[in-house]
Design a protein. Structure first.
Length: 98
């Protein structure tokens, strides 16, 4: 499901710069801004994952032991779970909507 967002009081200079970036990428302003928002949401999710991993490691006597899973594997697994919310029920890939 998607929602409509409205941003008011955007300075013309900002709008013009964003529109120029969109044109340079061959995108509409809307498509460009949606991509910017999606990248920001991904960044926020990554920060949240790293914070959760850090908390988990801190709870285990201050760090990972020699048998701890690789951080890249944990991130990949968490991202896969995020991107496939219905995988446990139907086995079909889900779609992440931000």
């Amino acid at each position: 499901m998607s929602v409509v967002l409205t941003i008011r009081d955007v300075p013309e200079e900002v709008r013009d710069l964003l529109a120029q970036q969109a044109r340079e990428r061959g995108q509409s302003l809307q498509a460009y801004l949606l991509a910017v928002l999606n990248r920001q949401a991904d960044f926020c999710r990554n920060r949240q994952l790293l914070a959760e991993l850090s908390d988990e490691l801190d709870d285990r006597s201050g760090g990972a032991g020699p048998t701890a899973p690789d951080a890249a594997d944990l991130l990949a697994r968490a991202r896969a779970e995020r991107d496939l919310p219905d995988a446990g029920r139907s086995g079909q890939p889900g779609r992440d909507v931000a």
